[in-house]
Ligand binder design. Structure first.
Ligand SMILES: Cc1ncc(COP(=O)(O)O)c(C=O)c1O
Length: 414
């Protein structure tokens, strides 16, 4: 118990992961985060003790059911939802693809969907593909210099034919936070729903779907310290209405089955409890006593995380700003209300691919490319999208010392 701690204790947190990981200064968190021991233990326990079909047929099956079911409960409550409002499928890309197909039969042929160019392709392609069935797709463009979304532009795109607006809560390239409440309110006024990609938000801030009033919200567990899975939240009445995409005998209210034609991956769903174990351990270490309610606990923990990440971000940003030969994309401020600690840039007369290779020789992990937000890079005039941008993305377990190491090595290169 660490009742006096007013700021995040990353050294304690690092002790919750396999020790060998910290040999690298890891800044590729936006690609996928590290996994704490609790998650590894949960998946191992499931596979070694309960790798049977969940049910109530015999004790092993009942235990398997309980483990899977508890994960559903916890993951739903963690984001302020009910278990019958979440689908846990193989990935966000998959979940949004299924959702788009499940909603299409509910829409008239003259319907329109507005898709933000800032999206990762996961929240873009599935909607765009509906154009093959007569749906009109309208692009919500970005401002080419900054890559940011302007809500006034959206206002002009909305009409009584708009069925849905698909946009990211946070850009996985820019780190910029979009105003999810204002965008949702505006879409609702026009009678449209929203599908928000929360993948790049979820590792950095608490999710509160009811407070935001979003219709659909998608995020991926492997970016929030868990296994390779995706979660799709939807308001219960919307998911009830969505058309079955799986076996014909699933009832309309059997949401987790009808919207996951892949079928549930039991051991990885069971492992999601390990994410909750991890967050609980962090909360117990920093708060005495920790909040009882899971969503309140998430909010207080992520407040500490956001403050720590803001400090990391301000160190990186202060350095990047001193380099005139570098084009930084996204907000030029580090405030936690404006951005998460993900930075993307290009460097004059250097390929982006050369930089991760050089840093890797010094034990620093970053990466380059378009990170499946190719439309955004194209809009910002990046001619070779495959070489793309260099991306440095931090998580709460990164330390000041790691940032100092990164800055020192980057200073030799730029
Ligand atoms: C912002 C964003 N959205 C969606 C995805 C896709 O998630 P998944 O791999 O679960 O399909 C990613 C993956 O990098 C992402 O960064």
């Amino acid at each position: 118990m660490n009742s006096d701690t007013k700021s995040l204790d990353p050294l304690f947190i690092r002790g919750l992961f396999p020790a060998g990981l910290w040999e690298w200064a890891f800044f590729e968190n936006a690609g996928g985060s590290y996994v704490p021991k609790t998650v590894i233990e949960r998946i191992t326990a499931y596979m070694s003790e309960n790798q049977v079909q969940p049910g109530d047929y015999f004790p092993g099956a009942s235990k398997a059911f309980e483990r899977v079911n508890t994960s559903y409960e916890l993951m739903a409550r963690m984001i302020g939802a009910q278990p019958n409002e979440v689908v846990i499928g193989p990935s966000t890309s998959f979940n949004v693809y299924v959702l788009a197909n499940a909603l299409r039969p509910l829409w008239d042929d003259d319907s329109e969907v507005i898709v933000a160019i800032q999206n990762h392709e996961a929240n873009s392609a599935p909607w765009r593909r509906l154009s093959e069935t007569g749906i009109k797709i309208l692009d919500w463009p970005v401002l080419p210099d900054t890559g940011s979304l302007d809500i006034k532009v959206l206002e002009n795109l909305l009409s009584n034919r708009t069925r849905l607006v698909a946009f990211p809560h946070v850009s996985n390239i820019l780190g910029a936070i979009n105003d999810v409440c204002s965008i949702t309110t505006l879409a609702h006024k026009a009678g449209a729903q929203v599908c928000v990609d929360g993948v790049a938000w979820a590792p950095h801030r608490a999710i509160d779907v009811k407070n935001w009033d979003v219709d659909y919200y998608a995020f991926s567990f492997y970016k929030i310290f868990g296994p390779h899975m995706g979660c799709l939240y939807g308001k219960h009445e919307h998911l009830l209405a969505a058309k079955n995409q799986a076996h014909y005998f699933f009832a309309d209210d059997d949401i987790s089955h009808k919207l996951n034609p892949a079928g549930p991956q039991h051991e990885t769903i069971a492992a999601l409890q390990g994410i909750n174990d991890y967050f609980e351990t962090i909360s117990r270490h920093h708060f005495d006593p920790p909040p009882n309610d899971i969503l309140t606990r998430q909010k207080s923990m992520f407040t500490l995380i956001a403050e720590h990440e803001e400090r990391l971000a301000s160190m990186v940003l202060a350095f990047l700003k001193t380099k005139p030969n570098l084009r930084l994309f996204g907000p030029l401020e580090s405030s936690k209300s404006v951005r998460v600690p993900t930075f993307s840039f290009t460097v004059e007369k250097k390929t982006s691919s050369s930089i991760p290779k050089t840093l890797a020789k010094k034990g620093i992990a970053v990466s380059n490319g378009h990170f499946y937000a190719k439309r955004l890079l194209d809009s910002m005039g990046i001619l070779d999208a495959n070489d793309g941008v260099v991306r440095i993305s931090m998580a709460h377990y990164n330390t000041y010392e790691e940032i100092e190491h990164l800055i020192k090595e980057m200073d030799y290169i730029f």
